[in-house]
Ligand binder design. Structure first.
Ligand code: NAP
Length: 326
């Protein structure tokens, strides 16, 4: 944590974003209620002098050019958990944008994601894609029942979201394996790290769930080589970021039967273009990025609390490691 002097600063906070206007309005309204000693203002409404005075910004997918027009920012608070786009865009924008980026860490979001992980794991575990297809073909075929304890589920990424999701699956009877950069200790969950750890995890898992952030290291990580390390007939769930999956390799592995089904919630381009191959692929379930939407009510309290603490103590909350990208 950085400590910085704040007593004499004006408490003007810029809201910088490229999200729909109704959402922005809601954020500004709630934050101004929660922070009565501050003035949270839409970037476009700031005068040139106010832009100079701003030392703090709350951001939601911000335009880096607008952030550059706030030269005295000490830090920014993102309302999103994933900040890879912002980190990448600021790198390109170059010098003068070295302030710490604090991302949203909301226990309510971890609960929502864990619920989605359980829901779509059960969808695959109880063979729903197959039964849906059978109905379309008026087929009556009863597949043998497999118990949850006989299914191994891998969670790639054991951060704020992944660790919680792993626990939710484990208490629901699944055998869970976890993988992260540094080896983690999680009760009743076998954890692994590094490249050989990934291979061990993949070779045992029936369902592989991606909850990794998108970084230089994870971009395209789920490719033909990695799919080749999986059990034949594995299913994939991607709730992290679209670009972690190599699209061509995924389709080839589905078509070859190596992967039986993929549930995809995140895509390189969103909304997923109407002509994309994923839409019509019978082994793909497309979701419109709904696994864990930000809950403004809980998220705004966390953002406001971090800002209040900063104005009280000068402590900037833990920031994203820009070199690592998460
Ligand atoms: P986090 O707390 O930063 O955790 C990231 C995890 O990934 C950590 O366990 C980290 O390992 C691991 N990791 C990072 N790079 C790795 C690598 N190269 N190899 C192996 N492991 C690596 O992130 P989070 O809050 O759990 O969120 C994860 C991601 O979910 C976000 O970045 C975002 O993209 C996505 N997300 C999606 C939605 C949605 O609706 N679909 C909603 C919110 C977030 P260490 O622990 O060893 O550092």
């Amino acid at each position: 944590m950085n400590i910085t002097k704040v007593e004499s600063e004006p408490k003007l906070i810029a809201f910088v974003s490229r999200v729909p206007a109704a959402e922005v309005e809601q954020w500004i309204l709630i934050l101004n209620k929660l922070l009565p000693d501050s003035d949270v203002c839409l970037f476009d409404s700031l005068t040139p002098l106010q832009k100079q005075q701003c030392t703090l910004a709350v951001v939601a997918n911000p335009d880096p050019e607008e952030l550059r027009q706030l030269p005295n920012l000490k830090w920014v608070h993102s309302t999103w958990a994933g900040v890879e786009r912002m980190v990448a865009e600021l790198m390109v924008a170059g010098s003068g944008v070295s302030f710490p980026i604090v991302r949203l860490v909301d226990p309510a979001l971890a609960q929502t994601m864990a619920e989605a992980v359980l829901a779509w794991t059960l969808y695959l575990h109880r063979e729903m894609p197959t039964y849906r297809m059978q109905q379309a073909n008026t087929q009556w075929v009863q597949l043998p029942y497999i118990g949850a304890s006989d299914r191994t589920v891998a969670i790639l990424g054991l951060g704020k979201l992944g660790a919680h999701a792993a626990k939710r699956l484990q208490v629901n009877g699944f055998r869970v394996l976890g993988w992260s950069r540094h080896k983690k200790t999680l009760e009743s969950i076998q954890t692994f790290a590094a490249e050989d750890g990934l291979e061990t995890v993949l070779s045992q898992s029936d369902i592989v769930i991606n909850l990794l952030p998108l970084t230089n290291e994870t971009r395209g990580l789920l490719n033909a080589k990695v799919f080749g390390q999986c059990k034949w007939g594995v299913s994939i769930i991607n709730f992290g970021r679209g670009a972690t999956v190599n699209e061509g390799d995924l389709i080839a592995s589905l078509d070859a039967g190596l992967i039986s089904h993929a549930v995809l919630d995140v895509f390189e381009e969103e909304p997923l273009p109407a002509n994309h191959l994923y839409w019509a692929h019978e082994k793909i379930t497309v979701l419109p990025h709904i696994s864990a939407p930000t809950n403004i009510s809980s998220a705004s309290k966390i953002v406001a609390n971090n800002i209040r603490e900063y104005y009280k103590s000068g402590l900037i909350p833990e920031a994203v490691d820009r070199a690592l990208g998460y």
